[in-house]
Design a protein around this ligand. Structure first.
Ligand SMILES: NC(=O)CC[C@H](N)C(=O)O
Length: 228
């Protein structure tokens, strides 16, 4: 996991990941160049560089991002959660942008999202169209991309999560931040880089109100174990 100045979900994510038997999280400071042989990179949530300019715009120039981009280009799994998603977009590893929420307010709330794609290494443990309860906490989560990019994402089935109501209906009323097509998470064409705004690490134990996020991490570990 990469730790940027201003990351604040790194320890929560470390805690969630460490709860799986046999998994050892490694914290990588943004100034380093050595990925220490990790099997997966997670860019955690937070306010890297205080969200100056735009969220993720400065973190994208952190020295370690050169290695993260190379790691992703080799096909290894890279997961960006919230601020991590913003960094992935700024780095060009995913297409589009996250702008200020529709209502120009920071939103910290429980949301429901539906799994629009299960044939990915991040979502293999979920059921198609399953409704998950996973919280969001962001000021810049309004996904935007030009029409041709949205069309491409739809055409290549790259939209992995969408905001929905409790029954799983993808309707405008269930869209917390104004994201186009209710997009909550997308994957690259190659299928190894996923970014999402909701926080699976904050929904990884029943006592947090939901453990629906847990299977996202489990799916990744299944994939890594299957590769060895
Ligand atoms: N929880 C987070 O990662 C916050 C995301 C981001 N910095 C925002 O407010 O948009």
């Amino acid at each position: 996991m990469v730790v940027f100045p201003g990351s604040n979900c790194d320890h929560d994510t470390e805690h969630a990941v460490a709860s799986f038997r046999g998994i050892r999280p490694v914290m990588l400071w943004h100034n380093e160049h050595d990925l220490q042989g990790v099997d997966c990179i997670i860019l955690p949530g937070g306010f890297s560089y205080g969200d100056y300019l735009r969220a993720g715009a400065i973190a994208r120039f952190s020295p370690i991002m050169q290695e993260v981009i190379e790691f992703a280009r080799k096909g290894h799994p890279v997961l960006g959660i919230c601020n991590g998603f913003q960094v992935l977009l700024e780095s060009g590893l995913l297409e589009g942008a996250l702008s200020r929420n529709r209502d120009k307010k920071f939103i910290c709330s429980r949301t429901t999202i539906t799994v629009a794609k299960t044939s990915t290494l991040f979502t293999s443990r979920y059921l198609q169209d399953e409704v998950l309860s996973i919280p969001v906490a962001h000021g810049e989560g309004n996904y935007f991309a030009p029409p041709e990019v949205i069309e491409r994402l739809e055409e290549h089935n790259q939209i992995v999560f969408r905001y929905c109501d409790a029954e799983g209906n993808v309707v405008p009323e269930s869209n917390p931040n104004g994201s186009l097509h209710n997009i909550a998470g997308i994957i690259n064409r190659e299928g190894n880089v996923l970014g999402l705004m909701p926080h699976p690490e904050r929904a990884s134990e029943k006592r947090l109100g939901s453990d629906d996020g847990r299977r996202l991490f489990e799916s990744i570990f299944d994939y890594i174990a299957g590769r060895q």
